[in-house]
Design a protein around this ligand. Structure first.
Ligand code: GLY
Length: 368
């Protein structure tokens, strides 16, 4: 283990370097990999190429000369078509099995880049340098890689662990407010499923207050570190999501369906975290019905999230479409919708079968 960054944790065999000095660890880590001559490739989207790459290259001489592959930002890039284009770019540039892909960006870049790395020549190494809150506290950690099929999220993918993850909170200063807000949904999820103390702390600080805190504010740092530690702990115990890792799906069953629906139907599709925020309100109602969450707690979850995220109107036709889209959820089994719910903050319950009238009731609770 290289002792450069202030905090290093490992998930499986992947070291996660966190803190303002995380980028200083990049070159030392790359040197320790003894990469061959085949080269390093950086995957960035148009935003991270402009706003994050210069800082990364300032800290890493080895990455200063690397070839950059870029993609458009947004979920539409997370496709087999883009993956094929990137595989072709790697091929014509002479990338081989010893090449390394460096994913610099949010969840789309880390999911897609990991997928490309997993498939190229049957698997090359990659590292993640997440630049959004959502990717720093969730998507870039834990080895899940994927592409969407059409607008259906994450339907094809591999478990293929990054060789390392470097989390530099300073990148969050480059984020637009809606992206930052979206990331806070995953922090709320971590608190609700993993840490009742963190949830009660969050309750004292509305999302709109958290958004304007400087990235080095102790509360912001604690929230990010808490969420990262929780993610790492869960992914270490159940890397392939046989059981425990399903807790990370709280709010995602309805959330993913809503995200897909809005990608299909809205001029300004919901960001992942915005959809998960809605999904968590629905899951709070289901938890109260099915897994012992108190009514007061379900209402508290609803009012905290509603104050931080704009309500997305779900009318009758959207509701039916959502229930239909939920059959693509990876937890579904034999046509049954299975949810991760709560018995209380910090006490998740997995694999709870919910029937369509119950799901419909949860959406009514969200709409009220
Ligand atoms: N984002 C959920 C997981 O990594 O399992």
């Amino acid at each position: 283990m290289i002792k450069v960054s202030s905090r290093i944790i490992t998930v499986d065999r992947t070291p996660v370097f966190m803190g303002q000095d995380a980028l200083l660890a990049v070159d030392k880590f790359l040197q320790s990999m003894h990469l061959g001559k085949e080269g390093i490739y950086i995957l960035a989207d148009k935003n991270t190429r402009q706003h994050c790459l210069p800082l990364l290259q300032k800290h890493s001489g080895l990455l200063a000369g690397a070839r950059v592959l870029d993609i458009d930002g947004g979920e539409d890039s997370k496709s087999l078509l883009t993956a094929e284009r990137l595989w072709n770019d790697l091929l014509v540039s002479g990338a081989g099995r010893e090449s390394l892909l460096v994913n610099l960006g949010g969840g789309v870049v880390s999911d897609l880049g990991g997928f490309v790395a997993a498939g190229y020549k049957r698997g090359i190494s990659y590292i993640n340098i997440p630049t959004t809150l959502l990717a720093q506290c969730d998507a870039a950690i834990g080895g899940k890689t994927s592409v969407n099929m059409g607008k259906l999220k994450n339907q094809v993918g591999f478990f293929h662990a990054a060789r390392a993850v470097f989390i530099h909170p300073g990148f969050l200063n480059t984020l637009p407010e809606d992206q930052l807000r979206s990331g806070f949904a995953e922090i709320i999820k971590s608190a609700l499923t993993g840490d009742a103390g963190l949830w009660h702390r969050l309750l004292k600080h509305p999302v709109n207050e958290l958004l304007v805190l400087p990235v080095d504010h102790p509360l912001r740092q604690d929230l990010l570190t808490g969420a990262i530690r929780f993610k790492i702990g869960v992914a270490m115990k159940d890397y392939r999501e046989k059981n425990l890792r399903k807790v990370l799906n709280f709010g995602h069953t309805i959330g993913h369906a809503l995200e897909t629906w809005s990608l299909m139907n809205s001029g300004r599709p919901l960001l992942h975290g915005e959809a998960v925020a809605a999904g968590m309100i629905c899951a709070a109602w289901l938890s109260q019905q099915k897994s012992g969450l108190s009514i007061a707690c379900a209402e508290e979850i609803k009012s905290y999230i509603s104050a931080g995220f704009t309500r997305y109107p779900i009318d009758q036709s959207c509701k039916s479409a959502l229930i239909d889209l939920m059959k693509y959820d990876k937890k579904s089994c034999n046509g049954l919708h299975r949810f991760t719910l709560l018995a209380g903050p910090g006490f998740p319950v997995i694999n709870v079968v919910c029937l369509e009238p119950e799901i419909s009731g949860a959406i009514d609770f969200y709409n009220r």
